[in-house]
Design a protein around this ligand. Structure first.
Ligand code: ATP
Ligand code: MG
Length: 171
Protein backbone atom coordinates (compact mmCIF):
# COMPACT_ATOMS: atom_id res chain seq x y z
CA UNK A 1 0.00 0.00 0.00
CA UNK A 2 1.05 3.55 -0.54
CA UNK A 3 1.43 5.87 2.43
CA UNK A 4 0.28 9.44 2.15
CA UNK A 5 1.87 11.41 4.95
CA UNK A 6 -0.28 14.19 6.34
CA UNK A 7 0.67 16.44 9.26
CA UNK A 8 -2.12 16.03 11.80
CA UNK A 9 -2.88 19.76 11.98
CA UNK A 10 -2.74 20.48 8.29
CA UNK A 11 -5.10 21.70 5.61
CA UNK A 12 -5.63 18.88 3.14
CA UNK A 13 -6.68 20.09 -0.29
CA UNK A 14 -8.25 17.45 -2.53
CA UNK A 15 -7.83 18.16 -6.23
CA UNK A 16 -9.64 16.38 -9.05
CA UNK A 17 -12.32 16.61 -11.70
CA UNK A 18 -15.90 15.59 -10.96
CA UNK A 19 -16.06 11.82 -10.75
CA UNK A 20 -12.38 11.49 -9.80
CA UNK A 21 -13.48 10.12 -6.43
CA UNK A 22 -12.68 12.99 -4.05
CA UNK A 23 -15.70 12.55 -1.78
CA UNK A 24 -15.29 8.77 -1.73
CA UNK A 25 -11.60 9.12 -0.85
CA UNK A 26 -12.35 11.69 1.86
CA UNK A 27 -15.04 9.51 3.45
CA UNK A 28 -12.69 6.55 3.50
CA UNK A 29 -9.73 8.31 5.12
CA UNK A 30 -11.07 11.16 7.23
CA UNK A 31 -13.77 11.86 9.80
CA UNK A 32 -17.02 13.41 8.54
CA UNK A 33 -16.40 16.55 10.62
CA UNK A 34 -12.95 16.98 9.10
CA UNK A 35 -14.35 17.14 5.56
CA UNK A 36 -15.62 20.42 4.14
CA UNK A 37 -17.34 19.73 0.85
CA UNK A 38 -18.26 22.50 -1.58
CA UNK A 39 -21.33 20.53 -2.65
CA UNK A 40 -22.51 20.29 0.94
CA UNK A 41 -22.25 24.06 1.40
CA UNK A 42 -23.91 24.72 -1.97
CA UNK A 43 -26.77 22.62 -0.69
CA UNK A 44 -26.91 24.47 2.62
CA UNK A 45 -27.25 27.89 1.00
CA UNK A 46 -29.49 26.96 -1.96
CA UNK A 47 -31.24 23.62 -1.29
CA UNK A 48 -29.47 22.36 -4.41
CA UNK A 49 -25.95 20.88 -4.32
CA UNK A 50 -25.78 21.31 -8.09
CA UNK A 51 -26.64 25.01 -8.12
CA UNK A 52 -23.47 26.57 -9.56
CA UNK A 53 -24.93 30.00 -8.87
CA UNK A 54 -24.48 29.23 -5.16
CA UNK A 55 -20.75 28.65 -5.54
CA UNK A 56 -19.51 32.01 -4.20
CA UNK A 57 -21.71 31.86 -1.10
CA UNK A 58 -20.80 28.20 -0.55
CA UNK A 59 -17.07 28.91 -0.62
CA UNK A 60 -17.43 31.90 1.64
CA UNK A 61 -18.92 29.64 4.30
CA UNK A 62 -16.54 26.79 3.58
CA UNK A 63 -13.58 29.15 4.07
CA UNK A 64 -15.01 30.53 7.27
CA UNK A 65 -15.55 27.05 8.76
CA UNK A 66 -12.04 26.06 7.65
CA UNK A 67 -10.75 29.19 9.35
CA UNK A 68 -12.42 28.31 12.67
CA UNK A 69 -11.15 24.75 12.52
CA UNK A 70 -7.58 25.72 11.66
CA UNK A 71 -7.53 28.26 14.47
CA UNK A 72 -8.29 25.33 16.78
CA UNK A 73 -5.46 23.34 15.22
CA UNK A 74 -7.84 20.79 13.71
CA UNK A 75 -7.10 18.76 10.62
CA UNK A 76 -9.30 20.07 7.82
CA UNK A 77 -9.96 18.53 4.42
CA UNK A 78 -11.37 20.56 1.54
CA UNK A 79 -13.44 18.42 -0.82
CA UNK A 80 -13.83 20.56 -3.95
CA UNK A 81 -12.43 20.23 -7.47
CA UNK A 82 -9.66 22.80 -6.83
CA UNK A 83 -8.54 22.47 -10.44
CA UNK A 84 -8.12 26.25 -10.72
CA UNK A 85 -5.14 28.07 -9.32
CA UNK A 86 -7.42 30.76 -7.92
CA UNK A 87 -9.26 28.23 -5.72
CA UNK A 88 -6.03 26.69 -4.46
CA UNK A 89 -4.52 30.07 -3.68
CA UNK A 90 -7.40 31.03 -1.43
CA UNK A 91 -6.85 27.84 0.55
CA UNK A 92 -3.08 28.28 0.68
CA UNK A 93 -3.59 31.78 2.06
CA UNK A 94 -5.87 30.38 4.73
CA UNK A 95 -3.30 27.77 5.76
CA UNK A 96 -0.52 30.35 5.87
CA UNK A 97 -2.60 32.71 7.96
CA UNK A 98 -3.09 29.95 10.53
CA UNK A 99 0.48 28.69 10.37
CA UNK A 100 -0.44 25.22 9.23
CA UNK A 101 0.94 23.26 6.30
CA UNK A 102 -1.20 22.63 3.24
CA UNK A 103 -1.04 19.23 1.60
CA UNK A 104 -2.50 18.49 -1.83
CA UNK A 105 -3.92 15.08 -2.66
CA UNK A 106 -4.51 15.00 -6.39
CA UNK A 107 -6.83 12.41 -7.89
CA UNK A 108 -5.55 12.47 -11.46
CA UNK A 109 -7.72 9.74 -12.91
CA UNK A 110 -8.17 9.23 -16.65
CA UNK A 111 -10.69 11.53 -18.27
CA UNK A 112 -12.83 8.62 -19.44
CA UNK A 113 -13.15 7.34 -15.86
CA UNK A 114 -14.16 10.76 -14.50
CA UNK A 115 -16.72 11.28 -17.27
CA UNK A 116 -18.22 7.83 -16.90
CA UNK A 117 -18.47 8.00 -13.13
CA UNK A 118 -19.90 11.51 -12.99
CA UNK A 119 -22.44 11.12 -15.77
CA UNK A 120 -23.59 7.78 -14.31
CA UNK A 121 -24.59 9.41 -11.04
CA UNK A 122 -28.31 9.94 -10.49
CA UNK A 123 -27.68 12.69 -7.89
CA UNK A 124 -25.56 14.87 -10.19
CA UNK A 125 -26.46 16.99 -13.17
CA UNK A 126 -23.04 17.49 -14.66
CA UNK A 127 -22.36 17.48 -18.38
CA UNK A 128 -19.53 15.46 -19.89
CA UNK A 129 -18.07 18.65 -21.39
CA UNK A 130 -17.76 20.20 -17.95
CA UNK A 131 -15.93 17.16 -16.61
CA UNK A 132 -13.58 17.13 -19.63
CA UNK A 133 -12.81 20.80 -19.06
CA UNK A 134 -12.03 20.18 -15.38
CA UNK A 135 -9.80 17.29 -16.38
CA UNK A 136 -7.92 19.52 -18.83
CA UNK A 137 -7.59 22.28 -16.22
CA UNK A 138 -6.09 19.72 -13.85
CA UNK A 139 -3.54 18.54 -16.43
CA UNK A 140 -2.45 22.15 -16.89
CA UNK A 141 -2.25 22.57 -13.10
CA UNK A 142 -0.12 19.54 -12.33
CA UNK A 143 3.30 21.10 -12.86
CA UNK A 144 2.64 24.60 -11.46
CA UNK A 145 0.86 23.06 -8.47
CA UNK A 146 4.16 21.84 -7.13
CA UNK A 147 5.41 25.41 -6.89
CA UNK A 148 2.32 27.04 -5.42
CA UNK A 149 3.31 26.54 -1.81
CA UNK A 150 2.00 23.12 -0.83
CA UNK A 151 4.16 21.32 1.72
CA UNK A 152 3.60 18.11 -0.20
CA UNK A 153 1.74 17.15 -3.37
CA UNK A 154 0.56 13.55 -3.58
CA UNK A 155 -0.69 12.45 -6.98
CA UNK A 156 -2.80 9.30 -7.40
CA UNK A 157 -3.15 8.33 -11.03
CA UNK A 158 -5.51 5.39 -11.25
CA UNK A 159 -8.04 3.32 -9.37
CA UNK A 160 -5.46 0.92 -7.97
CA UNK A 161 -3.29 3.74 -6.63
CA UNK A 162 -6.35 5.31 -5.04
CA UNK A 163 -7.53 2.03 -3.55
CA UNK A 164 -4.13 1.13 -2.09
CA UNK A 165 -3.53 4.57 -0.57
CA UNK A 166 -3.28 4.82 3.18
CA UNK A 167 -3.31 8.17 4.95
CA UNK A 168 -0.74 8.35 7.74
CA UNK A 169 -1.18 11.21 10.20
CA UNK A 170 2.06 12.59 11.58
CA UNK A 171 2.27 14.59 14.79
P1 ATP B 1 -17.78 15.47 -7.57
O1 ATP B 1 -16.70 16.48 -7.89
O2 ATP B 1 -18.86 15.45 -8.60
O3 ATP B 1 -18.30 15.58 -6.17
P2 ATP B 1 -16.07 13.29 -6.68
O4 ATP B 1 -14.68 13.52 -7.13
O5 ATP B 1 -16.40 13.65 -5.28
O6 ATP B 1 -17.07 14.01 -7.71
P3 ATP B 1 -17.12 10.71 -5.97
O7 ATP B 1 -18.48 11.21 -5.68
O8 ATP B 1 -16.27 10.34 -4.83
O9 ATP B 1 -16.37 11.76 -6.94
O10 ATP B 1 -17.19 9.46 -6.93
C1 ATP B 1 -17.94 9.48 -8.13
C2 ATP B 1 -18.43 8.09 -8.45
O11 ATP B 1 -17.32 7.23 -8.67
C3 ATP B 1 -19.25 7.48 -7.33
O12 ATP B 1 -20.35 6.82 -7.89
C4 ATP B 1 -18.30 6.50 -6.67
O13 ATP B 1 -18.98 5.37 -6.19
C5 ATP B 1 -17.35 6.12 -7.79
N1 ATP B 1 -16.00 5.91 -7.22
C6 ATP B 1 -15.32 6.79 -6.48
N2 ATP B 1 -14.12 6.30 -6.09
C7 ATP B 1 -14.05 5.05 -6.61
C8 ATP B 1 -13.06 4.04 -6.58
N3 ATP B 1 -11.89 4.17 -5.93
N4 ATP B 1 -13.31 2.88 -7.25
C9 ATP B 1 -14.48 2.73 -7.90
N5 ATP B 1 -15.45 3.65 -7.96
C10 ATP B 1 -15.26 4.81 -7.33
MG1 MG C 1 -17.75 14.97 -4.43
Amino acid sequence: SRAIDVPDRSLVVLVGAAGAGKSTFAAEHFLPTQILSSDHYRGLVSDDENDQGATDDAFEILHSVAEKRLSRGLLTVVDATNVHKHARQGLLRLARRHHVLAVAIVLDLPETVCVRRSTDRPDRSIRAGVVRRQHKDLQRSLKPLREEGFHKVHVLRDESEVNSARVRLNP
